[in-house]
Design a protein around this ligand. Structure first.
Ligand SMILES: C[S@@+](CC[C@H](N)C(=O)[O-])C[C@H]1O[C@@H](n2cnc3c(N)ncnc32)[C@H](O)[C@@H]1O
Length: 284
């Protein structure tokens, strides 16, 4: 699904780090799930949430198998947009989410204009932006079945004990979008520390975080639309410094090597035993 700030380009890099110590049955929680580009690749117990209640209603209905309109005419789009702006009361939240995301240009929820079904580009070729977006979104649905959906501010959601929480909040000092306006970054940093102190494993995507967080991964991304643009973003993954030891602990490699050595040693001892036996037998 087209979505501002989705993690498609880095999910393959960050997910193995986020899940490296995940235990069986442990919950994975995403309080800023957006287009679900990350959570769709996680298995097991999962909670997805976002402040945009229309988006969550849309995902919930899709995963429950509800049929959504495949055709979104400009007239229908404008009527649903009026409903979103409180000018009529005709549509449910899931339809508002669906039409807002499938029908708006670049997935910018009633913020980028109507994208259209039959748009003739400069090269004279026709593009069906809405059908393309719908097809991409529908591909995600199967992988999202079983997700527990919540919506609201990140600090108000229910999080099971000892969860893995991956946060992809609005980025500081970047363009603000509809549901990100006025985001209180200082409160968010405190909440992250509180979550870590409460026993959760918490990891955050951002460009920069205060000193009380440690960057554990980074990657320079070129601008996909225009690789010659010099301003390249560096995507980073942070954890609270206080939780560094717990989060970075891997299955100790030394144990593995010790096990290997032990079995090698036992094997050698058995062989020597056998040889000794053979020799002894030969002597008699
Ligand atoms: C960078 S986007 C997340 C993108 C997502 N990782 C993806 O792959 O599509 C940030 C998300 O945070 C949500 N958001 C903004 N403020 C929020 C808040 N206070 N609580 C929860 N979600 C919020 C926005 O609606 C948006 O979906």
């Amino acid at each position: 699904m087209k979505y501002q700030g989705n993690k498609n380009r880095i999910v393959g890099d960050i997910l193995p780090i986020i899940l490296q110590n995940k235990k069986e049955g442990q919950w994975y929680v995403e309080p800023f799930c957006g287009s679900c580009s990350v959570i769709q690749r996680v298995s097991g117990n999962r909670i997805a949430s976002d402040k945009n209640k229309y988006l969550i209603a849309m995902w919930k209905s899709l995963t429950e198998g509800k049929q959504m309109p495949m055709e979104i005419s400009k007239e229908f789009y404008c009527d649903v947009r009026d409903c979103f702006h409180g000018k009529n009361n005709k549509y449910t939240d899931d339809i508002i989410g669906w039409v807002g995301y499938m029908g708006s240009f670049n997935g910018r929820f009633f913020d980028g204009g109507y994208s259209g079904h039959n748009v003739i580009g400069k090269n004279g070729k026709s593009r069906n932006y809405i059908a393309e977006n719908i097809a991409n979104t529908m591909k995600q649905v199967e992988d999202l079945k079983g997700v527990v959906w919540q919506s609201g501010d990140y600090f108000s959601i229910n999080i099971p004990d000892n969860s893995i929480i991956y946060c992809d909040p609005p980025y500081r000092n970047t363009k603000e979008y509809q549901f990100s306006r006025g985001f209180d970054f200082e409160s968010f940093y405190s909440w992250c520390h509180e979550m870590a102190d409460n026993g959760h494993t918490i990891l955050i995507s951002e460009y920069d975080m205060p000193d009380s967080f440690e960057c554990i991964w980074s990657k320079k991304l070129t601008n996909a639309m225009n690789p010659t643009i010099t301003k390249n973003a560096v995507e980073k993954l942070f954890i609270p410094k206080s939780s560094k030891d717990t989060i970075l602990q891997k299955e100790p490699e030394i144990d593995f090597k010790e096990n290997e050595l032990t079995s090698y040693f036992n094997d050698m001892m058995n062989r020597m035993d056998n040889l000794n036996k053979e020799n002894t037998e030969d002597e008699f």
